[in-house]
Design a binder for this molecule. Structure first.
Ligand SMILES: CC(C)(COP(=O)(O)OP(=O)(O)OC[C@H]1O[C@@H](n2cnc3c(N)ncnc32)[C@H](O)[C@@H]1OP(=O)(O)O)[C@@H](O)C(=O)NCCC(=O)NCCS
Length: 227
C-alpha cells in the first residue's frame, strides 16, 4: 500500500483515513491507485495528474481537464477483490459480489426488479437461488452504474429479467428488443472462485458495435495482514 498512497490526491487520502476496517482502507487505496495508473496509461498522463469529477448522481468520470478523452470507467469492490472496467466510446458499469447466502433474496428481488422476476427467482431450486440472485443483483448494479443516473434514474423497478437458463438479461420481461438493437450489453465476468459479477456497457452512437470494446482490469487485492 505504501507505493499506492503517493498516487492519490489529498481528497482521496482524507477519504482513506475515514475508512475504518484496515482491509477496506487498503482496498480503497490500492484500487484508486490502480484506477489512476490504468487511466493514466490510456490517456498518456501520469497517475497523479488524473483529475476526477462526479455527475449529479455521483457517477465518477474523468474531469473536463482531460479534454478529448472519451473514456468511461467503473469500479466495484467486495472483500478481497476489486474490479475496474474501462471503456472507450461507451458508458460502463461494473459490479462484483462475494458468493454468500442472501436470506431475503425474494423480497429484495420483488422490490428492486418487480414481482415477475421474483416469481422466476422463486422457481429456482434452493441450492442455486443465492447464486442466481447475486448474478441478477450485480447485473442491476452494473446497469445503474452504467446509466450514470443512480437508482432514481430507473424510475421504478430496474429493467432486468431472468432468462430460461436463469441468466440475467437486460430489459423487462415484455421487451421485444431488450438490448435496444445491441446498444446495451450485459457481460458476465469470469472472476476468482467465490465471486460473481457483471459488466454493462451502453453505446450511445447510432451504429451497432461489432464487438464489446470494453477493457477489463480485474485486480485481486492484498490480504489485510499486508496493509
Ligand atoms: C453507490 C452504488 C454505485 C453502489 O455501490 P456498492 O455496490 O455499494 O459498491 P461498489 O464497490 O460496487 O461500487 C463503489 C464504486 O461505485 C462508484 N460509484 C459511486 N456512485 C456511483 C454512481 N452514482 N454511478 C456509478 N458509479 C458510482 C465509485 O467509483 C465507487 O468506488 P469508490 O468507493 O472507490 O469511489 C449504488 O449503486 C448504490 O448505492 N446502490 C444501492 C444498492 C441498491 O439498492 N442497488 C439496487 C440495484 S441492483
Amino acid at each position: 500500500m505504501g507505493d499506492c498512497l503517493p498516487l492519490l490526491c489529498d481528497a482521496e487520502r482524507r477519504q482513506a483515513t475515514r475508512i475504518v476496517p484496515a482491509a477496506e482502507r487498503c482496498a480503497y487505496v490500492v484500487t484508486r491507485a490502480s484506477l489512476r495508473s490504468l487511466l493514466g496509461s490510456e490517456i498518456g498522463v501520469s497517475p497523479v495528474e488524473i483529475e476526477f469529477t462526479c455527475n449529479a448522481w455521483g457517477k465518477p468520470s474523468l474531469a473536463p481537464a482531460h479534454g478529448r478523452a472519451r473514456l468511461d470507467f467503473s469500479v466495484s469492490h467486495t472483500r478481497g477483490l476489486s474490479v475496474i472496467a474501462i471503456a472507450q466510446d461507451a458508458r460502463v458499469g461494473v459490479d462484483v459480489e462475494r458468493r454468500r447466502h442472501v436470506p431475503d433474496s425474494l423480497r429484495i428481488a420483488a422490490d428492486v426488479f418487480g414481482e415477475g422476476v421474483a416469481r422466476r427467482l422463486g422457481a429456482v431450486p434452493d441450492e442455486g437461488r443465492d447464486d442466481v440472485f447475486l448474478r441478477l443483483w450485480t447485473a442491476g448494479e452494473a446497469s445503474v452504474k452504467a446509466s450514470g443516473l443512480g437508482l432514481a434514474g430507473t424510475g421504478g423497478p430496474i429493467a432486468l429479467c431472468l432468462a430460461h437458463d436463469h441468466a440475467p438479461r437486460l430489459g423487462g420481461e415484455n421487451d421485444v428488443d431488450s438490448d435496444e438493437g445491441g446498444r446495451r450489453r450485459l457481460v458476465p465476468l469470469a472472476l476468482p472462485v467465490g465471486h460473481v459479477g457483471n459488466i454493462v456497457a451502453h453505446f450511445d452512437g447510432a451504429d451497432r458495435p461489432a464487438a464489446c470494446p470494453v477493457e477489463l482490469g480485474c485486480l485481486a487485492l492484498p490480504a489485510p495482514a499486508m496493509c
